[in-house]
Design a protein around this ligand. Sequence first.
Ligand SMILES: NC(=O)c1ccc[n+]([C@@H]2O[C@H](COP(=O)([O-])OP(=O)(O)OC[C@H]3O[C@@H](n4cnc5c(N)ncnc54)[C@H](OP(=O)(O)O)[C@@H]3O)[C@@H](O)[C@H]2O)c1
Length: 384
Amino acid sequence: MKVAVLGYGTVGVGVYEMLQAAEGFEAGPVLVRPGKEDKPFKVSSIDAITGDKSVDAVAEVMGGVEPAFTYALASIRAGKHFVTSNKALVAAKGVELFKAAREAGVAFLFSAACGGGVPFLHNLARARETDSLLSVGGILNGTTNYMLDRMQGEGMDYAEALKEAQKLGYAEADPTADVTGLDALRKIMLACAVAWGTLPQEGLLNEGIDSLTAADVEDFLSRGWTCRLIAGGSLADDDSVAAYVEPVLLSRGEAECAVLRNNNLARYVGQNSGLIAMIGQGAGRYPTASAVLRDLSGIRQGECAMFPPKVSNGAANNSRESHVYYVRLPKEAAGSLPLQEVLAEDDDLVRALTEKISVKQMHEAVAALRTEGNSVFFAAVREA
Ligand SMILES: NC(=O)c1ccc[n+]([C@@H]2O[C@H](COP(=O)([O-])OP(=O)(O)OC[C@H]3O[C@@H](n4cnc5c(N)ncnc54)[C@H](OP(=O)(O)O)[C@@H]3O)[C@@H](O)[C@H]2O)c1
């Protein structure tokens, strides 16, 4: 199988090298920006790839929605199998790409877009064929897990932990998508679509770790809790899908507490299988490239889709799942939330537990408080 590669950055170099080494594969042309064709295998026009009859498949590892979407459609319509590591592309345009691939009779796979090297989506797609999947999710962002690990294990403050994550190449120069939970949200959107055929586009909620302070960490550690940023998706009896990301406080001993540094833990619960969890590298050149190659290998064995045949865009319903939340907020704002227990207070701040309230109600209440200029941290408390 001859594979062209779109993008020659962190993941692209890994994919190219692995294609050269893997038996049964041939590394094809690589798309770079105009002016960067410093080697014979590099091209700067997508036409050089779509018009090349010897290319069987295209691996897109450029990132972003455009021009990746235009190039993806051109590749698919030219009869090339299409694989991608690009969660932004699949979260925004996955249904359109799936339909185009079906029409063209080619494969469309995207394991590397959720869980990096962890074979999560691939296993979800398999499991859904023979089991009813009840929930999906887990720790899907390695950057924030690394930061949480350093803040809780080493007593670092947020800024120090972020600086270290950037120095090690775990966080981008602009870390917004990671620390706000948007990156994990895109991944849970894909997992929901693979599990239940709904790619939620509206009603999604993401809370990250960007309002977490060293004082918050000190407080919840002293109460026996460990914090992880967790993405969750679930299916209700009415077939509506919940999809959200938020910090969660766990009792020590829960599986997620053992996930250290920049690892991921992807999990699903099947009606028959029960809980299945997979731990591994969610990012990095070779772990991510290995997932791209796994998809290509799957295509050689006849795998052609991750989404179920009737996948469609839809809306998330985050009103039906409820949690008790730990919250830190200014004293004068405390009356805005339904609190059941004050854990600590001083002249300015209150730390408290809310009554059990819906995910939607909590995220919206905090968004309103922030609009009024209040600094708030919250995390769901997982019942043991
Ligand atoms: N890095 C990871 O560990 C990881 C893990 C899982 C998924 N992913 C996903 O994989 C994708 C790539 O990530 P990455 O970390 O490899 O990014 P990266 O290092 O920034 O590489 C992207 C490459 O694509 C090139 N590119 C961008 N737009 C282009 C265009 N229009 N034409 C030609 N080349 C273009 C960039 O060139 P310039 O440098 O000239 O802009 C760069 O070389 C993203 O969707 C990311 O979310 C990454």
